[in-house]
Ligand binder design. Structure first.
Ligand code: ATP
Length: 431
């Protein structure tokens, strides 16, 4: 069976992954087998989210009625029901749900009734608390199929310490990154000298190490010195896979969705108040603003070197009519020259255009010139992919250390169809 849970925490505490780790141990105590623990990130632009829009799924062998009872009891014991925005959902399904629902939940928006319709059709057991919104994430987690996957070991705090400052040795984090990068990533941000993997919120997480395999995250974890932790759980995740991105055209973007968009730089990047950098890209008659916000730090330096005419692919969420950049590919650079009207040979004044294809005219003495003044500019940018630093990375964004971002939505759909056996979804084995 697959057990899905979502929406159990609040800004004041708890974490759905911790609840899932506790539940896994309760089930094992009841002699059930937990074959996989899945941490599923969903659309990062959902406004109801507490932090990173995470849901969890456990792949369990055992009695479904008993598992459903234990899952509900665990949620009732641990979820932050007092928070208005906490609306837990629990799902137990004997079979894989349609992965199209997961793809929609990670790339788009869903309604609670979309989830209940899916669950009713599948004959799943489910319970939604309060306004039942958590059923969306819980159902999406049970419907999830990862065509690309990474791992995260989450180390949880002793409950007696929740809410107090965390004690994790900084040097050991940098040493762990040094020893295991690029097989692990985002433990620290070396360039900005910042620890990334230790949260500052009052939840049960002490730290989390992300990487390609259980072996790599465990190796990095073994190097980290800290306060005495409570439980630890390795999660199979869609983090760092770009699962949220869909291919889009400059003219047809929808608010709250995340895209990979091809265009040509149309305006020189400008730095606005707060240090945010913006520029326009265009494709045909359409254009859209791209933003590199201040927290993206040194990434803005790359963006500032773009010039009109550069051919780019940008990745990020479309919010408030702008694409918030997560990474960018400079496909080709515009010719490294700028042209402007020449200086009049007779009187030394800069000429102005005399109209389309008519050359230039001196407004002072009336002289004409055919060609513009052409000046070579030094380009400090090479073609290729550039990304925001670890400190600004979103959970789902694929780091470049994992390889070039080359998925397309059609590829994802093709692979999920391949997983169908007798019209039912077969879970790809992960161990
Ligand atoms: P938690 O650790 O509790 O999971 P979180 O930051 O992951 O915290 P939630 O508290 O789960 O955020 O809040 C997200 C809410 O949004 C959940 O109720 C979830 O069911 C819902 N949700 C997730 N994805 C979508 C989506 N694509 N469309 C609509 N609602 C969604």
């Amino acid at each position: 069976m697959l057990i899905g849970i979502d929406d159990t925490d609040s800004p004041a505490g708890m974490c759905t992954t911790y609840l899932g780790a506790v539940l896994a141990r309760q089930l094992i105590r009841e002699h059930m087998q937990v074959r996989e623990a899945r941490l599923v990130r969903l659309n990062p632009n959902v406004t109801y989210k507490t932090r990173g829009n995470a849901a969890i799924a456990l792949d369990v062998v055992g009695d479904t009625d008993r598992a459903f009872t234990i899952a509900c009891e665990t949620v009732e014991a641990l979820a932050e029901f007092s928070c208005e925005n906490t609306n837990p959902g629990v799902v137990v399904a004997e079979e894989q749900l349609d992965p199209a629902f997961y793809i929609r939940a990670v790339t788009d928006f869903c309604e609670i009734t979309d989830a209940t319709r899916l669950l009713d059709a599948a004959g799943a057991q489910y319970k939604g608390y309060k306004n039942r919104r958590g059923l969306i994430g819980a159902a999406a987690a049970v419907a999830s199929v990862f065509t690309d996957r990474t791992h995260e070991i989450l180390v949880y705090r002793d409950p007696a310490l929740w809410g107090t400052p965390r004690d994790v040795d900084r040097d050991s984090l940098f040493a762990a990154e040094d020893a295991t990068f690029p097989h692990t990533w985002d433990t620290v941000d070396v360039v900005n000298n910042v620890v990334v993997c230790v949260p500052h919120t009052p939840d049960p997480v002490l730290f989390g190490i992300r990487g390609e395999s259980p072996a790599w995250v465990m190796l990095a974890r073994s190097m980290i010195e800290s306060e005495k932790p409570d439980i630890e759980q390795i999660w199979v995740t869609n983090q760092g896979t770009d699962a949220h991105l869909r291919d889009g055209g400059v003219g047809g973007l929808r608010e709250g969705l995340s895209y990979r968009v091809h265009g040509v730089v149309a305006t020189a990047p400008e730095t606005g108040t707060g240090g945010h950098v913006s520029f326009m890209i265009e494709e045909g008659d359409s254009s859209v603003r791209c933003m590199a916000y201040e927290p993206t730090k040194n990434f803005r330096q790359i963006v500032r070197h773009l010039v009109p005419g550069d051919d780019v692919i940008v990745c990020g969420s479309f919010k408030k009519s702008s694409i918030n950049l997560e990474k960018i590919r400079v496909v080709s650079l515009a010719a490294p020259v700028v042209s402007r009207p020449p200086v009049c040979a007779a009187c030394g004044k800069r000429m102005t255009s005399d109209g389309r294809d008519k050359g230039y005219k001196c407004r002072k003495c009336g002289a004409h010139a055919r060609d513009p003044e052409v000046r070579e500019i030094a380009r400090r940018l090479a073609g290729g992919w550039y990304e925001v630093p670890p400190t600004a990375r979103r959970h789902l964004a694929k780091p470049l250390c994992r390889g070039k971002p080359d998925y397309s939505t059609s590829q994802v759909l093709m692979i999920t169809r391949d997983c169908l056996v007798d019209n039912k979804m077969r879970l790809p084995l992960v161990r």
